[in-house]
Every structure is written in structure tokens, then in C-alpha cells.
Write a protein that binds this ligand. Structure first.
Ligand code: PMP
Length: 354
């Protein structure tokens, strides 16, 4: 090892789901939305006057922040925006988790949390989900340096009731509790309405799933004004211009098009419910999902085997070779046609292999 390597900040990076170059596949592996973004957002892209790109963007992304503030009935000063919710979460870890006590999150959860904790040298303790993949409230009622919980959880899709989350937030008023609501629009109940009661609460959401804009990278957080100011202070000390001009305008247009947003979500929810019934018919079991994916296992066929067979057939789902979940497939909800193809293939495959 070279001497300089001793002083390198070493981390084992997060590995995102595969983004294959091939376009002839059914891509159900990264929880993207199968439908295009709002036509109103695409109009912005088509009509952009390239000359505005000469100038720096608005560091406060005011157009987007105003639009979100109106939509969610909060003050603009209660909103932080970033380059996807990954950026928002990373900045939140950096800003709020500076104590010596460990932060808490589930053992089965979004696998970026421990990567950020390692990157920033934040101590952490994983709290095991119960055997139904539920977050146990009592595990989060102890001294800690902060809490991060996704709701619904990923990759399980399981929603925790808002009342129980509130119990956790109320029991931890001396630290920041982050609720990661990447998948909340697919049927969960948002913690946004708890904001007036708790100054230790940060709610993080994204345009990547329900608003079909994963490729633009827009995430945001709601918190009280003081919390958001601390977040912005850290962000402006890092990079003032995280939100570019085009992204900000497209995001604002997407929020304005509420009709399209609701229509898209309704379609995904109804496809999800159809897929659940079909998976049960084929002998799969899964915790009930309130997200745009289903975390399913089959008693008679190993998940790794189905994963490989699906991939060879051009259907990509996600498989995690990790303790407790290595017999599960995380299947993103695609279009009706995509899910029909998935079910047809699985039916045939299980018929021949179990
Ligand atoms: N939180 C959770 C639970 C996720 O699954 C994801 C998607 N990988 C994110 C946050 C980040 O999403 P994005 O950065 O696209 O907003």
C-alpha cells in the first residue's frame, strides 16, 4: 500500500441496480415508473431556450420549492431540494448525525444508509425486522444519535402505520428522525402532516418513482424552518448549484400536473393489485406491499434460480444475496403488459421446474 493510501477515505460503495444498455428487456429491477413523465414536464424540455444555460441556475431552485410548498401546504422555508433523494439523504446524514451515539435503522432496508454512515464515520446499529418484515416500534425507543426509517420500507414494501411512526418520533425528540418516503405515493400515509407537531422530523421524498423523473434526479425534504436552514447551510458549503435550470423547471411543471400524477399512480396501484393475485395463484408469498414493487418468494423454487432464468429471458428483477432475504425477488410494478409477460414466464418456468 502506498503511504498516501493510508489517508484515503475508504468506503465500500453502494451498488445500484443494473441499467442495461439493451432496450428490448422488461426492466423491473430498479423501481422506476413504467410510464413517461407528465407531458407538461416534457414540454419544458422541448421548448427550452438553450441560451439560459449560459447563466448559473437559481441556487435556491425557487420555482420548484414554491410549487412543492403550494402542493403540500407548507412554507417554502420548510423545503430542501437536491439531486434525487439520495443527495437529500446524504446531506441530511452529514448535517444531523454528528453525535457519538449510534444512529438506528432496520437490518433489512435501503442499503445506502450504512454506506453514508460509513462514509461520514457515523456509528450505527441495525434493528432487526420481525419475522413478518415489520419494523418493531420498541426497538427505536432507546438512546441513539438519530433514526432513519423508510416508509414503506425497501426492499420489503411494508408500510408502517403513521401512529406507530409518530410514537417513535415522539420518543426521540432529542435527535433527528428521518422518514424516507421514496414510495409513499403508492398508497402509504405520509408523515408530512406530523410536521407542525415535531421539530425533530425530516420527511424525504423523490420525483424518481411516482413522478417518473428518475433520470432528472430530483429529491426534496420537509422539516421545520430551522432544520431546513441547517441543511441549506451544509449544502451551500458544499455546492451551491446542485439543481440545474432545466431540472428545476421540469420538476415544477410535473407538480403542477396533478391530474397526470394521480392517473399514473392509480394505474400502477391497480397493476400491483392484479400482480399480487397472480403471484399468489402461482404459489408465491410476500409481505403486503404499499409501494411500486413486490418482495416475493416461492416455497418450492429458489429465488436465485428464478432470477437467473428471468434474466436469460430478458426480464430483469432485483435479487439481494444477503442474509434473511436471499430467497426473495424484488419485482418492480411495470405496465399491465409487462406484468402479464412476467406472470406468463413464471407460470411456465415453475411448471417445468418444481
Ligand atoms: N430511498 C429509498 C428507500 C430508495 O429505494 C431509493 C431509490 N433507490 C432512494 C431513496 C433514492 O431515490 P432517488 O435518489 O432516485 O430519489
Amino acid at each position: 500500500m502506498a503511504a498516501w493510501e493510508e489517508n484515503v477515505r475508504k468506503v465500500i460503495p453502494y451498488i445500484p441496480g443494473e441499467q442495461p444498455v439493451r432496450t428490448d428487456i422488461i426492466k423491473l429491477n430498479t423501481n422506476e415508473n413504467p410510464y413517461p413523465p407528465s407531458p407538461k414536464a416534457l414540454e419544458i424540455l422541448q421548448n427550452i431556450d438553450g441560451r439560459i444555460l449560459r447563466k448559473y441556475p437559481d441556487p435556491e431552485a425557487k420555482e420548484l420549492v414554491q410549487e412543492l410548498a403550494g402542493y403540500y401546504s407548507v412554507n417554502p422555508e420548510q423545503i430542501f431540494v437536491g439531486v434525487g433523494s439520495d443527495d437529500v439523504l446524504a446531506m441530511s446524514f452529514l448535517t444531523f448525525f454528528n453525535g457519538r451515539k449510534p444512529i438506528l435503522f432496520p437490518d433489512i432496508t435501503y442499503s445506502f444508509y450504512d454506506v453514508w454512515a460509513d462514509l461520514y464515520r457515523i456509528p450505527y446499529e441495525r434493528q432487526p425486522l420481525d419475522d413478518k418484515f415489520e419494523i418493531r416500534t420498541e426497538d427505536y425507543k432507546k438512546e441513539c444519535g438519530g433514526i432513519v426509517l423508510p416508509n414503506p420500507n425497501a426492499p420489503t414494501g411494508v408500510e408502517k402505520r403513521l401512529m406507530e411512526l409518530e410514537e417513535i418520533i415522539a420518543a426521540n425528540r432529542d435527535v433527528i428522525v428521518i422518514i424516507d418516503e421514496a414510495y409513499i405515493d403508492f398508497g402509504g400515509e405520509s408523515a408530512v402532516r406530523l410536521l407542525p407537531r415535531y421539530d425533530n422530523l425530516l420527511v424525504v421524498q423523490t420525483f424518481s418513482k411516482s413522478r417518473s423523473l428518475a433520470g432528472m434526479r430530483i429529491g426534496y425534504a420537509f422539516g421545520n424552518e430551522k432544520l431546513i436552514k441547517y441543511l441549506n447551510d451544509a449544502k451551500y458549503s458544499f455546492n451551491s448549484y446542485t439543481m440545474n435550470t432545466v431540472t428545476t423547471a421540469m420538476g415544477a411543471a410535473a407538480v403542477r400536473d396533478d391530474v397526470y400524477f394521480r392517473e399514473t399512480i392509480d394505474k400502477i396501484i391497480s397493476t400491483r393489485e392484479w400482480t399480487k393475485k397472480e403471484l399468489i395463484r402461482l404459489g408465491f408469498a410476500f409481505p403486503d406491499s404499499k409501494s411500486n414493487f413486490i418482495f416475493a418468494s416461492h416455497a418450492k423454487c429458489p429465488a436465485s434460480k428464478m432470477f437467473e432464468a428471468l434474466k436469460a429471458h430478458g426480464i430483469y428483477v432485483r435479487y439481494f444475496d444477503k442474509p434473511r432475504i436471499n430467497n426473495y425477488l424484488r419485482i418492480t410494478i411495470g405496465t399491465d403488459q409487462e406484468m402479464k409477460s412476467l406472470i406468463e414466464f413464471l407460470e411456465q418456468f415453475l411448471g417445468e421446474n418444481v
